[in-house]
Design a binder for this molecule. Structure first.
Ligand code: ADP
Length: 470
């Protein structure tokens, strides 16, 4: 895949993206109204590895978090340092130069606490959990690079990532921070080949579990007993990926017990924690609570409709009366999303569609254009409920209310779709289109769950609509 570390698109790439979008719209237009291409209606379930990659690439910088760190350590008397500057960490000068080349001025919240521990001697094991965008990758990359002994030309550090793309992302950060140092990195991912019996002279291996196992056990191109730092990145994605948990455990078994173990994860449920504690013995555990989304600044409405056509009419009426900056419209299925996109496009709206059949690259292209304001409406399925912090979005429409597999109200997804974190404290509007008693019940359940009124809106009454825009 083409990498985009600067998160900017060159003119050529933008043109390519435009062509990509044009193709997508063509595809949509080829479909007859209301007809899906696939046999099912295409209910998208977000793939954790894709979602994580997407978040990494679209992330323009650190998440501004106000949450506090929760730290658990074996010996509560052992001092825990917090480093407010990178200088305090006493990084090697060439690495400090690399950190500044990344435009990092000071450690992020998780880095402040994780880095002094990760760099301390004797080495300490760590489990760290915080949401995407809080600086975990940069933290363990700085730790890995700091632990390299460049006088020894063999692999000393092993970092496992769940997918090819995620490994490359991490490798790119490492290569940038290491640009002024002689440290050598090697990817152990698909497409990278080694001759059986040859010996790697790179200091750091970043790879996916299967390939790393091949290289260590089958081809024996490095001595896993000489690994002194073992990093497991995206542990939650790792265990959600078929077969990876087993492979990680097999690699882990071969690693010396004296090795420093670091495990990072964006989420922290029981399954992840069990796996983490199995891999990382006597860890210091650092958790940074997720920045909570809230409905505080959001005025919520529901519109009673008889069917899909009336839902569409409601949207039209609203657009006819108030000026809407950018809007995101959530649909339950790809079929509905395509249907809606075709209709809105025909009616002159500039529409982007983001759904599960798109590759990560296509999704990025769609999001980039939407963020740049090239399209005013983003129609999407559940492929993306979290992670699009687009400040200009003033209206979120639930064309279909979020439900779980049983068809019951999915309040968590509702919050991710509609809610905003403290950062974008601006007012917003959420409109729920309700077309049956069942969806009315879902709406009531959501209202009750959050204890926040969802007001009835008559979308045929322009005076009423005008009020919501004021
Ligand atoms: P995570 O691994 O938790 O998702 P990353 O390490 O990828 O987080 O960091 C998220 C974004 O913030 C990246 O764009 C990264 O370059 C940037 N970043 C990381 N650490 C810092 C820092 N100390 N100062 C400024 N930006 C940072």
């Amino acid at each position: 895949m083409s990498q985009n570390p600067e998160n900017t698109w060159s003119a050529a790439e933008a043109k390519e993206n435009q062509q990509e979008i044009a193709k997508l719209v063509d595809n949509l237009s080829l479909q007859k109204d209301g007809e899906a291409k696939s046999e099912d209606d295409g209910v998208d379930v977000s793939n954790p590895a894709d979602a994580s990659l997407l978040q990494k690439i679209i992330r323009k910088g650190l998440i501004d978090t106000r949450s506090e760190l929760d730290i658990i350590r074996q010996d509560p008397n052992s001092p825990l340092y917090s480093a407010k500057t990178f200088e305090e960490l006493k990084l090697k000068p060439e690495l400090l130069k690399g950190v500044y080349a990344m435009n990092f001025n000071k450690p992020s919240k998780i880095q402040e606490t994780a880095l002094p521990t990760l760099l301390a001697d004797p080495p300490q094991n760590m489990i760290a959990q915080s949401q995407s965008g809080t600086g975990k990758t940069a933290a363990f990359v700085i730790a890995m690079l700091s632990r390299v002994d460049t006088s020894k030309n063999y692999p000393q550090i092993l970092c496992l990532s769940p997918t090819y793309e995620l490994a490359i992302q991490t490798g790119e950060v490492a290569a940038k921070i290491a640009q002024f140092s002689p440290i050598k990195l090697r990817y152990a991912v698909r497409g990278e080949e080694v001759a059986r019996g040859s010996k790697l002279d790179d200091h750091i291996i970043i790879g996916t579990p299967g390939k790393v196992l091949d290289w260590s056990s089958k081809f024996r191109v490095f001595d896993i007993k000489k690994i002194s730092v073992f990093v497991l990145d995206e542990a939650d994605v790792m265990i959600a990926t078929q077969g990876h948990q087993d492979q990680c455990t097999r690699i882990h078994k071969q690693i010396p017990t004296t090795c420093q173990m670091m495990l990072f994860s964006a989420t922290y449920d029981r399954q992840v924690m069990e796996f983490a504690q199995h891999i990382v013995k006597n860890p210091i555990v650092i958790k940074l609570l997720r920045e909570q989304e809230s409905l505080d600044n959001i005025t919520q409405y529901y519109v009673r409709c008889r069917d899909q056509d009336e839902k569409y009419q409601a949207i039209q009426n609203i657009y006819g009366v108030i000026t809407i900056g950018q809007a995101i419209i959530f649909c339950h299925t790809r079929k509905t999303a395509s249907w809606l996109a075709v209709k809105m496009t025909k009616d002159g709206h500039s529409v982007a569609v983001l759904s599960g059949e798109l590759t990560v690259e296509q999704r990025l292209a769609v999001l980039d254009r939407f963020r740049a304001g090239l399209e005013k409406v983003l129609i999407t399925t559940n492929v993306l409920s979290r992670g699009i912090d687009v400040e200009q979005v003033t209206i979120v429409v639930n064309f279909d209310l979020p439900v779980d597999q049983e068809g019951d109200a999915d309040c968590e997804t509702y919050l991710h779709r509609i809610g905003r974190t403290g950062r974008f404290g601006k007012n917003g509007i959420a409109i729920n289109l309700v077309d049956s008693e069942k969806s009315m019940n879902v709406c009531r359940t959501i209202e009750k769950h959050f204890g926040k009124k969802i007001h009835l809106l008559d979308a045929d009454d322009s005076d009423e609509i005008e009020k919501i825009g004021s």
